[in-house]
Write a protein that binds this ligand. Sequence first.
Ligand code: SPV
Ligand code: MG
Length: 669
Amino acid sequence: MKALILNSGLGHRMGVLTSEHPKCMTEISHRNTILSRQLRQIVEYGIEEVVMTTGYYDKILMDYCEFLHLPLHFTFVNNPLYDKTNYIYSIYCAREYLRDDDVVLMHGDLVFENQVFEAVVESRESCMTVSSTLPLPDKDFKAVVKEERIEKVGIEFFDDAMAAQPLYKILKEDWLVWLENIERFCESDNRKCYAENAFNEVSDRCIIKPLDVKDMLCSEIDTPEDLVVVSAKLKDVNERTVYMCFSTEYIHTGHIAIIKRAKRLGRLTIGVLSDEAVASFRRFPLMPFEERKALVANIAGVERVVEQKTLSYAENLRALKPDYVVHGDDWVSGFQKPVREEVLAILSEYGGKLVEYPYSRDPKYKELDKLHRAELSMPDLRRGRLKKLINMKGLVTAIEAHSGITGLIAEKTTVLQDGKTYQFDAMWISSLCDSTAKGKPDIELVDMTSRFRTIDDIMEVTTKPIIFDGDTGGLTEHFIYTVRSLERMGVSMVIIEDKTGLKRNSLFGTEVAQTQDSIENFCAKISAGKKAQKTHDFMICARIESLILEQGMEDALSRAFAYVEAGADAIMIHSRKKDPTEIFSFVSKFREKDSVTPVVVVPTSFNSVTEEEFKKRGVNVVIYANQLTRSGFPAMQKTARTILENHRAKEADDLCMSIKEIINLIPEE
Ligand code: SPV
Ligand code: MG
């Protein structure tokens, strides 16, 4: 596509303003003349070729174009009869340069905003800018529109007419029709009329559609008064603000493309999602907020970067009141839909606009995302993330997983509520559920090799950190090997309980014989484990069974402090009471002396307490230890019974997930 700029006119209505240079060199803002602005827009929209007709002061004009240093190839064509002819003859003079491509034609005194130019350049049909909202001008161009195409352009038409501005995109096949008639006009000495007079005769073959720019800026400057009005309008255009939110950690060409489009609308502020918001919206950020912020701040066109603390835009939109919010159209449906709806509601409060561009589904971006996910699942990156999450969020949640599919449920389940997304932060590999899945009792019967196999199955399809239920840890001599293996695999934390002998599930309490280990033995086990580990980020958590075994609060607390002293990275306090009082009391007494060691709870019995309350009381990890097992197996029993009762599977169908849903849950690599 070529740009054709008509700059041969005398511009005598501008008075002294055109006494030293052509009209197009008149300043319209502190950084642009009419021409420099047009040329920068031409560059911005990817046009490289400019054919410019010149008249008086042509040398000044050519030098000026060179001085602007823009990546454009210019062909200047002087109209030697500029003072005796109209621009129809300038086009005629330039005709040899204008036969081989689509043309964007503009008068050299026209000022238009980016959105107008974007619509023109991107139009698939030949078009001319018109306005359905502006009053018909007395002396300027009007276009007669019939059957959705322009029939005539001129200053003399008022019926069925719209205000029109000389900014066109004309496809080559249409242009050749128009150009041929321009040639015919000029060769029969008809050189003083408008080029549009030639168009009007062939408008049934040169199909130009009206492009309604309503009251967007698209105005010619003919007089000093026009200059004042247009400059003021342009100032408003230049002060428009745009807001976009970014959660990404790597910038690809798709991001650059959308930033480029956004900045054309106005001064661009980017909201970078906080680490916490990224972690709960997508996955743990490999790059912390400050680095993501610096990355985005250094992209051309980004004027300002602010933090966006939640997935909801509300806080930043109310503070910044941008004229536009820009987003890909991927949030029209799906789980971000409510976020979009909230944005629309807030924008409508003050007259802002949402601009959506088609979301790029280029496979190369998917590939990048896959690589990123793969990195997160690697042992070294996965292991350290639990500690980072605890530090970042204060409270993290984990849900039980005992197989690849339950791991995927833990990984992918997301809920959007009040502008925030909620996901589980980590997975708990429960001895109870791992044993149950194998149809075995929870008595340390499933050996470590088999337990590691479960971890491996889960790790293969997920990225979230893993907390491993290490039962009693076994013999100290064995525990040190367990620690190293878990660490090597990328597990983040092992929790071992201070019991010895035949371990029974804690939820039996004192109904079965269970022996608590001595403080000395258990401390020795913790210390040996800590000594054995090779990295800094692996955590050993000491689980205190004193309340389960009814040994009292004092015993629980003295054990807690002793275990921390022995090197435990975290404490888990367990209870099987429905009433959370003893848990709260333990946490509050523990926190009186130790404000830093993370505290873990498993609220299977005291399940009425919310995460918010746990956090307030000083708990750092909440483990939902068995809910997937307890809900999954009864569903399976029911289905099995339904088939037996009906001697066929039809009645069980309503109880089942569709094959399509299963396929979606488990994507093929
Ligand atoms: C498990 O999930 O295996 C546990 C927690 O150890 S509890 O069942 O509550 O003892
Ligand atoms: Mg267990």
